[in-house]
Write a protein that binds this ligand. Structure first.
Ligand SMILES: C[S@@+](CC[C@H](N)C(=O)[O-])C[C@H]1O[C@@H](n2cnc3c(N)ncnc32)[C@H](O)[C@@H]1O
Ligand SMILES: [Zn+2]
Length: 1005
């Protein structure tokens, strides 16, 4: 390693974190709307770190400030296509690269040489590319991007993100008429008063002055698919006829209505032999729960099936069916829609109370319950069913959605879809060489994130009801036909493949909103997609979307969102090189890349391959024939996926070992392909400092030495509440370099160097506003380069000093620094270890619960043995695997305890440290605060006088520091502030009391 990079010295963590958090709310035009991928990294963070890793550090303070400001501006979402900023960024990067190339090639290389293709651009690799945020930013910054991922679904997304828009997405330059022949006839930029289906004015890029052939084609063929599919599907989503009277009591009126969706409830038979009703499983009964619109489904218990008029047509709407196998059953109830614009709200009705919670069902007829195991058994034995309970409608000319109870006619239409599906299945099966409805098995029971198998679902096709299967198979079929049609019309095959790829991802996006796992979001009156979490949990009541509509989650909606993204991606650059491969085995030569920017998987955070099978099964059907290499396996490959799964033979330990071993192998590969003076930025989504140290060691073992670490909070975190457990920043961006290593370093020298190095570094971290536990993470990150230079560090006795001992050393130095800063210097030396721990804890974690290991390390860096502390009745309390630091109100208040420890010979001290009996500063502070709260001022003054603490400044300074670290609503803060407000008078009164208390040495424990 010869040169330094900006990111090794400094990085605007706060500002970039804020930009990244802001970006999370952006959907329109953002790559996340092209296709879902889990754990996508914000572009802001990727862009900022990529730039900072490719340019040198600033020469002086002024330049530092300028570069810092530039990074903050560059990474904003609004500036993603800002030509001036990008041009400057590219230029900075190329200048630095030219200088490096000059050294590397031993002849002068200029920026012009690179731009003219006489010398290579910086080559940047992401071997865990996923949804492609890093390679995209590398492209944007003028680099050659190389992206690979083990998962074929990710690879397809990468092609749609990093290859096709760059190859086909702009008319200027290379691709000629030949490649773009056969596109649609839309006029980009034409706007009508009613936004058209694919309004290109929204998606044109500054570069695409003329028109974007890729956009035109995807738009045209997207419409083609929709219209073709509509012809076959429309009859299954019939419009509602206009209602006879506008005063129909159902929010009725106007013309006909388009069905937006159908709300279904899963059902099970009541297990009470005297009842036997069909229980609709509903988490709750709201349909719309907004400030000015409250609508709910209500079960009307007054109507039974003995009412003969209730059995047919509209009249039987919403009636709960009795168990048909029980002829004696006479229980039956109807659904009603109640609330604003509907029937009156029944007295005492609470829609929050559903019929099912945690798989325990309650019968609305007899009130009997079905336990969770029985519920699951009924599903597994095929005794569960489903019932359409409501229809959501949109009326032309009327804003908002309306609801009606589902009728027998609605269900009859649904059942017609079965016949149509069967016919289609038989016709397409031989053509596609597989069942059009995905028959691939769901992952085994116990697989991370999957619960649905316990409810009788066994194949991926089971995630879709019959009409949803029909819709998705039809759209898939039309996508395949569109591709054939494009070729027939003479479109260049590579271009046609690109267009068909987008249409296939359109099917995926449709599937995301067209399954039995899509909830209805009552506060937005909108459908929610399946992957709200990185898991597929069971859902009792779901919303079946009408895919032909214009609202959220429909074909129109998904493809127009896609166009906005493709538009944004169509900036001029070289297409990237994309490969499906494991990061443990890359096909690139040694020392090939100038930089590696990557975001590896993290333990068991996301079961990528299993989740992605949801999409793989549809992509295989829609585009598998275009990508035979990617879709050669029945489901996504799993064997080499670097995720710590515990459902295998080795359990959690085995999964963890597999993960750690393979991550290390991936690091070794990175080391191999990185140039000697190349830089790597590795994102690490950490949960504990223990895991953080594992990763550092894995890097060290592979030869990569960490030279910096920036914890980035990309979550807009609010302050932790006491009930929550402490979380660290959402991710750490680690900078690592290849370093020539010396065989041996000596501990004392390394220690001395560590101190000097950290002195400067800690100051920078503090200035950047890195606080709490993140401060230690960053400190450790920037300390490793000191001892990472040596293959081993030994003490003078010849014993090898392990990395964890060095890391403890770093913590101690960082702790000292932090306490000095928190107490504003001066008094740090006057406070005991325990008090330091208390202050630091509040600064780190506020009042939150902290995982034991985390807590232990913090305590250790203050010289406190945590396990000893909680046996002594002090402020440390263990709560299961967490540790809590008690505030004054939570401490044991022992009225009988005597403060005069000297009289009892201090014996009680060694057993438990009663709050009233301790000389420890923090205990005295707590005691004083409690006395203050109880208005026992005289005693308070006495205590402060006796201990001597009330005379000095340190005691008040500590109180002040603790108060500053706590949130306003904290009770402890209120006490502290109350006490501190009168501190001058207290001090005066203490001064008047005799000097009898000063015998005690306060700072010693
Ligand atoms: C944290 S994600 C990357 C997300 C990406 N940075 C983004 O913004 O979308 C980690 C990726 O590693 C991939 N992966 C898992 N095992 C792998 C392996 N052995 N080789 C390459 N990629 C692998 C997963 O498929 C996943 O896409
Ligand atoms: Zn019952």
């Amino acid at each position: 390693m010869t040169d330094r990079r900006f990111i090794e010295e400094s990085f605007p963590v706060k500002e970039v974190g804020a930009a990244a958090a802001k970006e999370k709310n952006i959907r329109h035009g953002h790559i996340s709307t092209l296709h879902i991928w889990w754990a996508r990294r914000p572009l802001a963070a990727s862009r900022a770190t990529a730039y900072a890793a490719l340019v040198p550090p600033a020469g002086d303070e002024l330049e530092w400030q300028k570069r810092r400001d530039f990074i903050v501006e560059l990474c904003q979402w609004e500036n993603s296509l800002n030509p001036h900023l990008l041009e400057k960024a590219r230029r900075d990067i190329l200048e630095a690269h030219a200088a490096r190339l000059t050294g590397e090639l031993s002849h002068p290389v200029t920026v012009e040489d690179i731009e003219a293709g006489r010398a290579p651009r910086p080559r940047v690799l992401d071997p865990f590319a996923g949804g492609g945020s890093y390679p995209l930013e590398a492209l944007r910054l003028g680099c050659e991007a190389y992206a690979s991922d083990y998962n074929p679904v990710a690879v397809l997304i990468l092609k749609a993100t990093l290859e096709y828009p760059q190859r086909f997405g702009h008319t200027a330059g290379r691709q000629g008429d030949k490649e773009t022949r056969g596109q649609g006839d839309a006029q980009p930029g034409t706007t009508t008063s009613q936004p058209s289906l694919f309004d290109l004015s929204a998606v044109r890029t500054p570069q695409s002055e003329i028109r974007n052939p890729l956009l035109d084609a995807v738009k045209h063929w997207g419409n083609w698919v929709l219209e073709e599919a509509r012809q076959e599907l429309a009859e299954f989503y019939p419009l509602d006829p206009p209602l006879p009277s506008p005063a129909g009591g159902r929010g009725a009126g106007g013309e006909g209505a388009i069905p937006v969706g159908y709300i279904w409830a899963r059902t099970i038979p009541c297990q009470n032999p005297a009842c036997g009703a069909e229980i609709p499983l509903m988490r709750q009964f709201w349909l719309a729960k907004k400030d000015r619109k409250r609508v709910a489904l209500w079960i009307d218990r007054t109507r039974t099936n003995t009412d003969a008029t209730d059995t047919h047509g509209l009249e039987d709407e919403g009636k709960i069916r009795e168990n048909p196998s029980d002829p004696c059953s006479s229980v039956s109830y109807s659904f009603r829609i109640v609330g604003d614009g509907y029937e009156p709200w029944p007295e005492g009705f609470d829609p929050e109370k559903g019929t099912v919670a945690r798989a325990v069902a309650t019968c609305p007829c007899c009130g009997g319950t079905v336990d969770a195991n029985t519920t699951r058994r009924l599903f597994q034995e095929g005794k569960a069913g489903q019932r359409m309970v409501a229809v959501v409608l949109a009326r032309t000319g009327r804003a908002g959605k309306t609801y009606r109870v589902a009728t027998a006619a609605d269900e009859a239409i649904y059942h017609q879809a079965e016949t149509a599906l069967q016919a289609k299945r038989e016709r397409l099966m031989p053509k596609w060489g597989m069942d059009p409805v995905p028959d691939e098995p769901l992952p085994p029971l116990g697989t991370l994130g999957f619960r649905i198998q316990r409810y009788g679902m066994t194949t991926w096709g089971d995630l879709f009801n019959t009409r949803q299967q029909l819709a998705l198979v039809t759209f898939t079929d039309k996508v395949r036909r569109a591709h054939v049609q494009m070729l027939t019309e003479g479109m260049e095959p590579k271009f046609a493949k690109a267009v068909a790829t987008y249409l296939s991802t359109g099917v995926d996006e449709l599937a995301r909103f067209t399954s039995v796992l899509n909830p209805w979001k009552v506060d937005a009156e909108a459908i929610v997609h399946v992957f709200g979490r990185q898991a597929l949990p069971m859902l009792w009541d779901y919303n079946e979307n009408n895919p032909l509509g214009m609202h959220g989650g429909t074909w129109t909606n998904r493809t127009s969102e896609m166009l906005a993204v493709v538009g944004n991606l169509s900036f001029a650059s070289l297409p990237s090189t994309i490969a499906q491969s494991s990061a443990t085995q890359l096909s690139y030569p040694n020392a090939y890349f100038d930089a590696i920017l990557t975001d590896p998987p993290y333990y068991d955070n996301v079961p990528y391959s299993y989740l992605s099978d949801f999409f793989y099964v549809w992509l295989k059907r829609a585009a598998g024939h275009l990508y035979p290499d990617l879709f050669s396996t029945p489901l996504t490959p799993k064997a080499n996926e670097i995720v710590a799964y515990s459902h295998g033979e080795g359990g959690w330990e085995g999964g963890k070992r597999f993960f750690e071993d393979n991550l290390k192998r991936a690091f070794q590969e990175m080391y191999r392909v990185l140039k000697p003076d190349g830089a790597a930025v590795i994102v690490y989504a950490h949960k504990s400092t223990a895991g953080w140290e594992t990763v550092i060691n894995a890097l060290l073992d592979s030869g990569l030495v960490v030279t910096g670490a920036w914890p980035l909070n990309t979550e807009m975190q609010s302050r932790l509440r006491a009930s929550e457990s402490a979380a660290l920043a959402s991710s750490i961006y680690i900078v690592a370099r290849k370093m020539a290593r010396q065989p041996t370093g000596f501990y004392n020298d390394v220690r001395a160097e560590l101190r000097t190095h950290l002195d400067a570094k800690l100051h920078r971290l503090w200035e950047e506003g890195i606080g709490g536990a993140d401060f230690f993470i960053a400190a450790i990150g920037s300390a490793i380069e000191v001892f990472g230079k040596y293959e081993r560090v030994m003490d003078y006795e010849g014993t090898v000093v392990r990395a964890d001992r060095l890391l403890d050393e770093v913590r101690t130095i960082a702790t000292d620094y932090a306490v000095r800063q928190i107490l504003r210097d001066g008094f740090a030396g006057e406070v005991s270890d325990l008090t330091r721990l208390y202050v630091l804890w509040r600064w780190n974690y506020g009042e939150a619960l902290v995982p034991f290991d985390e807590a232990r390390k913090l305590a250790q860096s203050c010289g406190v043995d945590l396990a000893r502390e909680w046996g002594r009745g002090g402020f440390v309390r263990k709560e299961r695997e967490f540790v809590r630091v008690l505030g004054p109100q939570q401490r044991r208040w022992d009225e009988s305890a005597s403060r005069r420890t000297s009289e009892t010979g201090g014996q009680s001290k060694s057993l438990t440290r009663s709050i009233a009996d301790s000389h420890e500063m923090i205990d005295v502070l707590h005691y004083v605060l409690l006395l203050w709260e109880k208005g026992r001022r005289e005693e308070l003054v006495q205590v402060l006088a006796e201990t001597g603490l009330g005379r000095g400044e340190a005691f008040y300074r500590v109180a002040q520091a603790i108060s500053e670290t706590l949130p306003n609503e904290s009770k402890e803060k209120k006490l502290l502030d109350g006490f501190l407000a009168g501190r001058e008078r207290v001090r005066e009164e203490v001064g008047k009391v005799g000097l009898q208390g000063t015998l005690w040495n306060v700072s010693a424990r």
